[in-house]
Design a protein around this ligand. Sequence first.
Ligand code: CO
Length: 136
Amino acid sequence: MPPTPRRGARIAHIGIAVRAIDEMLPFYRDLLGLDEHPLDDSDGAHIAGLAAGPQLVELLEPLSPDSPISKFLEKRGPGIHHICFAVSDLDATLARCRAKGVRLIDDTPRMGAEGKRIAFLHPATTGGVLIELTED
Ligand code: CO
């Protein structure tokens, strides 16, 4: 039997860990020409959103030393932190991942920025990439 057809996922945003938004925002905004897209703080991080077509680049600056972004910066330095995919059915996608042994950081979806449900997948089981899932 062929697999059930489903709408493909798309990239919603790319999260980039920065030590200071003020240092990196001019590069993306003024040199590359991305438009600012205001976003609320989330997960212990101050976020500068930039529109790159329908996708966003999110510069993530830690708000405190114990935030996840602080820990990432300590271990890996600045750089790409996560990729967020919007999927058509978050619960079904999580169920498929769980069934195949993908480690879920969020066992059930939680509220993310902009009131959308999100869940993270652990990079240990996704080829080293921290993946965030959200819904269209
Ligand atoms: Co994100």
